[in-house]
Write a protein that binds this ligand. Structure first.
Ligand SMILES: Nc1ncnc2c1ncn2[C@@H]1O[C@H](COP(=O)(O)OP(=O)(O)OP(=O)(O)O)[C@@H](O)[C@H]1O
Ligand SMILES: [Mg+2]
Length: 286
């Protein structure tokens, strides 16, 4: 079971869009995929068509009550794509589990139980994290083999990456030795603008081996799909958005098939903030 945490503490960069649509694109390739909503906003759950106000059991029950994941997982409209939903209740979980023994590994243990009890285990688990680096995200980092970081190609894109890399290193050292940076995904790219191009160059400079070749272009269909409770593969399978996520899924699977030496290292050297002209203009230069 391949587990990926989709993390960026910055809001609105494309974490949920990427979790849902990468998950759907992998399912379309015949993979069995579980997308985990680890954000109390419940955006991922809504995106796959669930009514987050009417959920009987959620991620909250898994983390605070020890409810088995198999009793919480729901089917989606896409064959092979399943969702472990959340809603606002999850915001209470972070407070409730703070005193629990092993509070950082509750998600990891629940996923291990799911995997060992399943007749047919999931091929991929994609965890959509909230825009923070709190205990929920630490649980995702403790459970995952790799971190995928969506970045919006806008000013300030790289700000905060130093902190994120530091947290990944700490979790790797103390809790999850196999954890590594699996890749950076450029999202909401507008190829017509110079800013998008410059920010992409900055990301390439700082993460030359980690940046996925596939870029997710700005695409209105991707923004519309959540309001219909559909993945892009259902809502607009011919759109640029669907094409980009299909291509990302292919690149993702080929990376797994041929583990790339470049992403096998901890991001040890990557924890300094950006210093390029685009980024240093905001006073970030070290
Ligand atoms: N490639 C894209 N083209 C157009 N709109 C996009 C694209 N990617 C994401 N969006 C839209 O941008 C908004 C933010 O995206 P998303 O919810 O995926 O970000 P997020 O990082 O999960 O946000 P949060 O930090 O709040 O969880 C959403 O309205 C989404 O529909
Ligand atoms: Mg989100």
């Amino acid at each position: 079971m391949q587990i990926r945490a989709i993390i960026n503490q910055k809001g609105g960069v494309g974490k949920t869009t990427t979790s849902v649509n990468l998950g759907a694109a992998l399912a379309a390739q015949g993979q069995r995929v579980l997308v985990v909503d680890l954000d109390p906003q419940g955006n991922l759950s809504t995106h796959v068509g669930l009514n987050i106000h009417e959920l009987e059991r959620t991620m909250y029950d898994v983390l605070t009550q020890g409810t088995p994941m198999r009793d919480v997982i729901q089917e989606t409209g896409v064959k092979g794509l399943f969702c472990l939903p959340s809603n606002i209740d999850l915001s209470g979980a972070e407070v409730e589990i703070v005193a629990a023994v092993g509070r950082e590994t509750l998600l990891k243990e629940a996923l291990e139980d799911l995997n060992s009890a399943a007749d047919r285990p999931f091929d991929h688990v994609v965890i959509d994290c909230p825009p923070s680096l709190g205990l929920l995200c630490i649980n995702a980092l403790a459970a995952a083999q790799e971190v995928l970081v969506p970045m919006q190609t806008e000013f300030f894109a790289l700000q905060g990456m130093g902190k994120l890399m530091e947290v990944i290193q700490i979790v790797k050292r103390r809790i999850n030795p196999v954890l590594k940076l699996g890749g950076i995904i450029a999202c909401r790219v507008d190829p017509r603008t110079r800013l998008s191009f410059e920010v992409l160059e900055d990301i390439q400079t700082h993460f030359p081996n980690e940046l996925f070749k596939t870029q997710i272009r700005q695409n209105i269909k991707l923004a519309e799909a959540p309001s219909f409770g559909q993945t892009i593969m259902e809502y607009a399978p011919e759109s640029n958005g669907a094409e980009d996520y299909r291509s990302l899924a292919q690149e993702f699977l080929s990376k797994i098939a041929e583990p790339c030496t470049s992403t096998s290292e901890t991001p040890q050297e990557k924890n300094d903030e950006p210093t390029s002209p685009t980024q240093s203009a905001d006073g970030l230069a070290s």
